[in-house]
Design a protein. Structure first.
Lengths: 94, 105
């Protein structure tokens, strides 16, 4: 399922809301979520899980093929931790 | 401050101008649809955020770290999240020098 399909299914659940409004709503939710991660804020959705940013320090590494030393820059990476409810329902359906 | 469902509801209610009820229902339905997609075994790919899907883990022999006794860990499903390229890039390019205390680890 991709974003466009998600919007479509959402639209079916809310027939009184115009499709482009549904799209606008989804996009503004996603923008807010992305903006939060950009600013190092967490996203915590009860029943779903949380998204947050981890820091990776820069380090010296080697290219395993050539054996050359290289510096890996410090970076931020996004992480997701599934919420309790999601973990439960996914294992119930197993 | 972390982003919660309540904040997303407020965003839709105030900025886009929907009733509080619609805003609440839509936010709830949005995450429910993602969840049910994952449960059905679909890969849910949200542009700008990333992909969510379930992966089965086999049962394996583990150990109770407190008693040191070996025990079987049952097979289970776990949620896998792969960050999307655009999000990875955004975070990489806007690298912060010093992590502040209250950031998620």
């Amino acid at each position: 399922m991709k974003k466009s399909e998600l919007i479509e299914r959402l639209g079916e659940k809310f027939p009184h809301i115009a499709k482009n409004d549904v799209e606008k709503i989804v996009n503004s939710m996603l923008d807010r979520m992305i903006g939060a991660l950009r600013d190092n804020d967490r996203i915590e959705i009860r029943g779903f899980g949380s998204l947050f940013v981890k820091f990776r320090q820069g380090r010296e590494a080697r290219n395993p093929k050539t054996g050359k030393r290289l510096t890996v820059q410090a970076k931020r990476v996004p992480f997701f931790k599934a919420g309790k409810e999601l973990k439960q329902i996914i294992n119930k359906s197993a | 401050m972390s982003v919660t469902k309540a904040e997303l509801v407020g965003l839709i209610y105030r900025n886009i101008g929907f009733s509080k009820k619609d805003a609440t229902d839509i936010v709830e339905a949005f995450f429910d649809l993602i969840k049910s997609g994952i449960v059905r075994g679909e890969k849910v790919k949200i542009k700008g955020i990333g992909t969510f899907y379930a992966r089965a883990k086999k049962e394996r022999l583990g150990r109770n770290p407190q008693t040191n006794k070996p025990l079987m860990i049952s097979g289970r499903k776990v949620i896998v999240y792969r960050a999307g390229t655009s999000l990875k890039k955004l975070l990489k390019e806007n690298a912060f020098d010093a992590p502040s205390k209250d950031d998620g680890v």
